[in-house]
Design a protein around this ligand. Structure first.
Ligand SMILES: [Zn+2]
Length: 401
């Protein structure tokens, strides 16, 4: 492990905690070691001077990067979160036991639990998700990055939040919590269960990969299945049948022509025809055809809904299978801001865990890909950011927006 990663800069509180622990260890080793070995460990000792002088080649620093890798290495695609939940339950139970905290499982579905750890009366809650998209692949790392499924979405974020929690506790901070949910990547089952079981928190810091910038808004999603029906016929005599595919193509052409609303903050809505299927054979007039269509919305979706309804009217059927509203979020002093196009658990929480903020290390452009990774520097920065935001929200009791 030594030398395989550059350590994070450590806060002074954290450093003094490490120094105290190290002094205890030194006393113990001095007493216990055979005389010819006494003092030999000193060449590996961590000192505050080292911390300031070097980038930290000889320091205890397992926490953040190792925890990220350990979490990545426990497969937890949606619906299979149990192993990672059990691992985090054990780890957070130990932390809560040492620091007068509490930990609870909040059942989302049979065999699928959220975790909620808290210290005092939670005013601020750090939260992200434990599930990942498939396919699973194990962790790796180089000087700059940690790789693997979930590295940035969202296991690196969990590791950063756990580390921030440890720092806050070391500094004597109370009245905050850590909420880890299942199911974000599919239907937000965990966030739904959490929303039904609030704990009185006033602020929710939700972690998703935003490259450590505070998201001021995220686009919504509106998804349809479009189905066209036809009548089978020999393709040499198309006038005897009715092609569902031709109809579907006409309908989709009209849908592509829908004027997409624009918003000053979130930009323009977008449209993707994600799947298309239908027909029997080249020489058969198709009796059925389907397509799946998704809009990323930026505001009230009623104009889009009307336009889709009129595009299909009398020709096909459009069934709305998902709607997640666009959201706007507040600023907080001192943090750079961005706008994101992806959707999150935040709308599903429906404010039950307080005013939401959205920020996390890593880039959404590599999330869900075979190159998923997170920069070690961003992980370190995220620990600082989560620690500072929690302290700031606890101190001021309100956001700066
Ligand atoms: Zn995510």
């Amino acid at each position: 492990m030594e030398g395989r990663s550059k350590a994070c800069p450590l806060s002074s509180v954290y450093v003094s905690g490490l120094l105290a622990a190290q002094k205890r260890m030194e006393r113990y080793r001095e007493a216990a070691a055979p005389s010819h070995l006494r003092g030999s460990f000193l060449s590996f000792r961590f000192s505050e001077k080292d911390d300031k002088r070097k980038t930290g080649q000889k320091r205890p620093r397992m926490h953040l990067f190792e925890l990220t890798r350990a979490l990545v290495d426990i497969e937890s695609t949606t619906n299979h979160e149990k192993n990672v939940t059990d691992y985090l339950f054990a780890r957070l139970s130990e932390l809560a036991g040492k620091s007068n905290g509490q930990i609870q499982r909040i059942s989302a579905e049979p065999g699928r639990d959220n975790l909620f750890a808290s210290w005092g009366e939670p005013v601020v809650t750090l939260s992200t998700h434990m599930d990942t998209v498939p396919p699973y692949f194990a962790s790796g790392e180089d000087e700059q990055f940690i790789f693997g499924r979930g590295a940035c979405d969202a296991k690196g974020i969990i590791a950063a939040m756990v580390t921030a929690t440890e720092r806050l506790l070391a500094a004597g901070t109370r009245n905050f919590g850590l909420l880890l949910v299942v199911g974000e990547e599919r239907n937000s089952a965990g966030a739904k269960a959490a929303a039904a079981s609030p704990r009185g928190a006033r602020f929710l810091i939700n972690g998703e990969p935003t490259e450590n910038q505070l998201a001021l808004g995220s686009k919504g999603a509106l998804r349809y299945e479009i189905t066209a029906k036809g009548r089978l016929a020999h393709s040499a005599y198309p006038e005897l049948g009715h092609s569902a595919i031709h109809t579907l193509l006409d309908v989709l052409e009209e849908i592509r022509g829908i004027a997409l609303p624009e918003d000053p903050l979130l930009g323009r809505s977008t449209l993707n025809i994600g799947t298309i299927s239908g027909g029997r054979a080249p020489n058969v007039v198709a009796d059925q055809a389907e397509a799946e269509v998704m809009f990323r919305t930026v505001g009230d979706p009623s104009a889009l809904r009307q336009a889709v309804a009129s595009a299909v009217a009398g020709r096909a059927e459009a069934s709305e299978v998902l709607y997640t509203p666009a959201i706007r979020l507040n600023k907080l002093d001192g943090l750079p801001t961005t706008v994101v196009a992806f959707t999150t658990d935040i709308p599903t929480f429906r404010g039950a865990w307080g005013e939401p903020f959205l920020i996390g290390p890593g880039s959404i452009h590599v999330a869900h890909t075979a190159e998923e990774r997170v920069a070690k520097k961003e992980l370190c920065d995220a620990v600082e950011i989560y620690t500072r935001m929690t302290t700031q929200l606890l101190t001021t009791g309100r956001s700066a927006a």
